[in-house]
Write a protein that binds this ligand. Sequence first.
Ligand SMILES: Cc1ncc(C[n+]2csc(CCOP(=O)(O)OP(=O)(O)O)c2C)c(N)n1
Ligand SMILES: [Mg+2]
Length: 436
Amino acid sequence: MPVNKSKNHKPSNSRPLVTNTNGGAVRRPVASLPQQRTYDIPDYRLEKSTFKVRQVRDRDSVRYEVEGDFDAPVPPIRDSKYLDKKQCLEVYRYMLLNRRMEQALENLYKQGKVVGGVYFGLGQEACSCASAYALGKDDWFGPMIRNQGSLLVRGFRARDTMMQYMAKADSPTGGRDGTSHFGDIEKRNMVSPISMLGDLIPVLAGVALGARLQGKNLAVMTYIGDGGQSTGVTYEGINFAAVQDLGLVLIVESNLWAYSTPSDMQYRVEDLAERAIGYGIPGVIVDGTDACQVYDASRDAVERARRGEGPTMIEAKMMRMKGHAIHDGADYVPKKMLEYWKKRDPITRFENYLVNVKKWLTPKENDELIAGVEAELEKEREFAVNSPMPAPETAMGGVYCEDGCHNIKPKYAIPKVRAKKSGTGPKESEAALHFK
Ligand SMILES: Cc1ncc(C[n+]2csc(CCOP(=O)(O)OP(=O)(O)O)c2C)c(N)n1
Ligand SMILES: [Mg+2]
């Protein structure tokens, strides 16, 4: 039985050995010390890099030094339990599109065409694309700023993100926002990113609760960084999802940096997935640069969510390969770390897996696939660049919700509520008093 009830964590020495059926954090009694409990966190990585980043103060300046084995061989991709050839190629294509789109965005920024900054998910494409790929049509997701690949998988076009950054009239927010603050509650079941780190988690839990009240158990996927994971609202949101058995799939983007703060100065647990134990939910670790591992863990979590069994925390280990955003040159990142993770590039490794290990693509087919992505991207870029800016006279509209701008109604069914029997529950007057 998976540990998905907080009561499973109550101290006891009489509890039988629990077996892990779906990759969760599992409590086990220890024979020699029956009062002592241990927990398993499944770790699917084929390599466990251990680096220590240390802050060195030098008068008024601060720099970081790193220790570890930088010469370790690059691990292979783990075969997926689920993905077949066609699906692997599709995920690979999304990852390529994700990267090429961000390269094009960087150029648009340098040409002065972007209004505001640009954020990148370089090195995190497998995490964004393979996790979103595990969602079904009815499931929901709430991406964060680095998950531009998840949007592509869920049916947004590269032009949408490009027009958004350029604040064009036909962008998802009609030019009202220059980064990623848009959702789609009609077609793609997407909650808009929220900049306050962690706030998406209770919102997504609320989506799952809303759907359940309408008779449906859904998977609701969202993402949080290693820095954002420590906010109070993250705790509250996961805990709420845990006690209500809501289908939250939380991808922890453990990318070693939060702005210029290294993970070693961010938390004291060894792995963030260990925090799942404190919530009483399954926690797993995957290599965030391995699309197959990310997909398999996400799919297990999505299926658990749809069975109504509750949330899962997936820690995806990887490295933020650029600065926080385009304005940040990331000079504080030790070069050795970048070189190490560059060898673990998610796209290069997946390409090698598909072409040389599985032989699912010949080198020629791979070249054609890449050329196809580049041609598509070029069309998207042209369209986005040539689309109009909003007309100045429209500036006052479309910022706040206006009468009739959208209809808020249950999506799946009218929620079933029990009629209050006469004589039960608080009297109206008591409830009114309570809120005074
Ligand atoms: C509650 C809150 N505190 C601070 C910030 C400012 N802020 C934005 S991004 C960021 C760093 C986030 O790091 P991490 O969560 O590791 O995500 P990453 O950028 O590495 O993907 C901070 C501190 C914020 N947006 N919200
Ligand atoms: Mg981070």
